[in-house]
Design a protein around this ligand. Structure first.
Ligand code: ACO
Length: 362
């Protein structure tokens, strides 16, 4: 029996490889560093979907633009209820409102909808008017424009683009496995993506970056770092942004994102310098705390700093993660539908075996 399915291979994939020993991530043949450095999010998406759709980067950019316009028409239908929910719940509700009969191809619609719904939800909760998508723009550019009502600094658009690339796919993680399990029943792409987003929401998966900033705020200053970290670990708490099921060394995405944050912030930026001090102290204490379990910085630590530097608030971090990861979930659903089989593992029953109702209540 293997609770947690560690090291169990459940699919062959051409999409991505997570090498936990060497700390390497390959997506469709390219290292995550190369992709973040030289590709756009649309180029990465086209590569992820290659062989499953006929898309070029140009056609995909065009279709995503059209899909954003369609999503904008749907947005008002659920906004009243969504305004009473958290952003990730609102996004889940918005996706659940999409019909399986929707004519816009679902892979474009879902990808476009997450950006449109999220920007709309953020503005709506602030009482601001909704901004219609501009289909000529790329996803990261248009998301920030729909959010702020105008184009923002190019460096911020590029930083978000690089973030979306960095987290676009990552092997058989919990949300991808969920999406593939749903796809394996032939329930369809929309249901699979709703499943993916529901799994991503958990603090052990995509819900960690907000709490990373909470942690930095709670520690407050240099003098408090060591004491805070020791106390938390002594109380058996998990430190957000550290540890990973697969990576036994540093998560390569953390370094990619750290570089992007550094490029955005001036060298004297206090937040980044303080975060680095906290990171150093945590890594030092984690070695002592769990000498047999390598625990290193994961993607969420620098995600938090990057999304904060872009000007996003912590309660939208997980939905922004979904904006990037959705293209990976979709690629996995395509692959599952093409090559997979109904996913149906076994469980071992350890409960009672009662013969009849009367014996049960004796
Ligand atoms: N802080 C303190 N202790 C930790 C941490 C951490 N961040 N991570 C693991 N440990 C400890 C556990 O408490 C456990 O100790 P125990 O054996 O005494 O119970 C031991 O290390 C092994 O932990 P596991 O639960 O076996 O590790 P697993 O591989 O299941 O967990 C996970 C991976 C969930 C990411 C974990 O490291 C964690 O909870 N990290 C904090 C949350 C986080 O950063 N999540 C984002 C992950 S990245 C992503 O999904 C996009």
């Amino acid at each position: 029996m293997n609770i947690g399915l560690d090291n169990i291979v459940v699919a062959q994939t051409i999409l991505s490889e997570v090498d936990g020993e060497k700390g390497r991530l390959i997506i469709r043949g390219f290292s995550v560093e190369t992709l973040a450095e030289t590709f756009t999010f649309e180029e990465v998406t086209a590569r992820l979907w290659e062989g499953f759709t006929q898309d070029t980067t140009e056609s995909l950019t065009l279709e995503l633009g059209k899909a954003r316009l369609r999503a904008f028409e749907i947005l008002p239908s659920f906004l009243d209820i969504a305004n009473k929910l958290t952003f990730i719940e609102g996004l889940r509700l918005g996706l659940a409102s999409l019909s399986d009969k929707e004519e816009v191809p679902h892979h474009y619609l879902l990808t476009g909808a997450i950006a449109v719904f999220l920007a709309g939800l953020i503005r709506s909760k602030k009482g601001l008017p909704l901004i219609k998508p501009d289909p000529s723009l790329r996803q990261a550019e248009d998301f920030l424009r729909m959010l702020h009502g105008k184009r923002v600094d190019k460096s911020l658009e590029q930083a978000l683009d690089k973030y979306l690339i960095t987290i676009s796919d990552h092997g058989m993680n919990a949300s991808t496995f969920t999406a593939r399990s749903i796809a394996s029943t032939k329930a369809g792409l929309i249901s699979a993506v709703i499943g993916g987003i529901s799994a991503l929401k958990g603090p052990l998966h995509g819900g960690a970056p907000g709490p990373v900033l909470d942690m930095l705020d709670e520690i407050k200053g240099d003098k408090n770092i060591e004491n805070w970290v020791k106390t938390e670990l002594a109380q058996g708490k998990r430190l957000m942004g550290f540890g990973h099921r697969i990576y036994k060394v540093r998560d390569p995405r953390a370094d990619v994102l750290k570089q992007v944050v550094s490029s955005l912030r001036s060298s004297g930026n206090e937040r980044l310098i303080f975060a680095e001090k906290v990171e150093t102290a945590i890594l030092r204490e984690l070695v002592k705390h769990k000498p047999d379990r390598p625990l290193h910085t994961n993607v969420e630590f620098y995600t938090a700093l990057l999304l904060e530097a872009i000007g996003l608030e912590r309660d939208v971090f997980t939905p922004v993660f979904a904006m990037g990861r959705v293209v990976g979930w979709i690629a996995h659903v395509f692959e599952q539908e093409k090559t997979g089989r109904l996913i149906r593992p076994q469980s071992e029953y350890i409960g009672k075996k009662v013969c009849d109702r009367q014996t049960a209540f004796q």
